[in-house]
Design a protein around this ligand. Structure first.
Ligand code: HEC
Length: 162
């Protein structure tokens, strides 16, 4: 496939478990980062850039959100950097620092719920969408990685990263 003159290498779904395909995923991430602006523009033109409605009715708690991101439920720092993480972080994805200034709450929610809508080639897992996923191990089929309240807590925390 070709987008904006950049060649895209298509990689079949990389499972969140990071097995032997890790090196491939790493290479794919670099390609993804190169083509991301084009893909984001395409998503925006489809009107799929943001989810404005909260997924859960309860109050969102940024501190709980941070715990989800740094803990095993979200495991976001496997790929993303975070300056005050207090431990080594991944470098396969843009640092989360400043994301609250770069994106609106709705745009952040969209990227956590289903990042593939913004970039179909992303290696980031869909944390709340179960349709259309491939290579999902049996016990996890049909179940989102995070629940609606965890997504809202995450969105609240990410918005504080200015
Ligand atoms: C397997 C690696 C991986 C994991 C795990 C991951 N992400 Fe991502 N994420 C990415 C990549 C790569 C991008 C860059 C955009 C793309 O691929 O389309 C990204 C983009 C984002 C963006 C948009 C950032 C921007 O500045 O535009 C947000 C927000 C985000 N991720 C949040 C999260 C959160 C929250 C978690 C944990 C719940 C998480 N990510 C887990 C790989 C990952």
């Amino acid at each position: 496939m070709d987008a904006g003159g950049t060649r895209i290498v298509r990689v079949a779904g990389v499972p969140p478990g990071f097995g032997p395909g890790w090196a491939l995923a790493r290479a794919a991430a670099m390609v993804v980062l190169l083509v991301a602006p084009g893909a984001a523009a395409a998503a925006a033109s489809r009107g799929g850039d943001a989810i404005e409605q909260p997924l859960a009715p309860g109050a969102a708690d940024p501190l709980r959100g941070r715990a989800v991101a740094l803990g095993r439920d979200g495991n976001c720092l496997l790929c993303h950097g975070l300056a005050d993480a207090g431990r080594p972080t991944g470098n396969l994805a843009p640092p989360l620092d400043g994301v609250g200034s770069r994106l609106s709450g709705g745009q952040i929610r969209q990227r956590v719920v289903n990042p593939a809508l913004v970039n179909p080639h992303t290696i980031m897992p869909s944390y709340f969408v179960v349709d259309g996923l491939r290579q999902v191990a049996e016990p996890w089929r049909g179940k989102p990685i995070l629940d609606a309240q965890q997504i809202e807590d995450l969105v609240a925390w990410l918005q504080t990263l200015r």
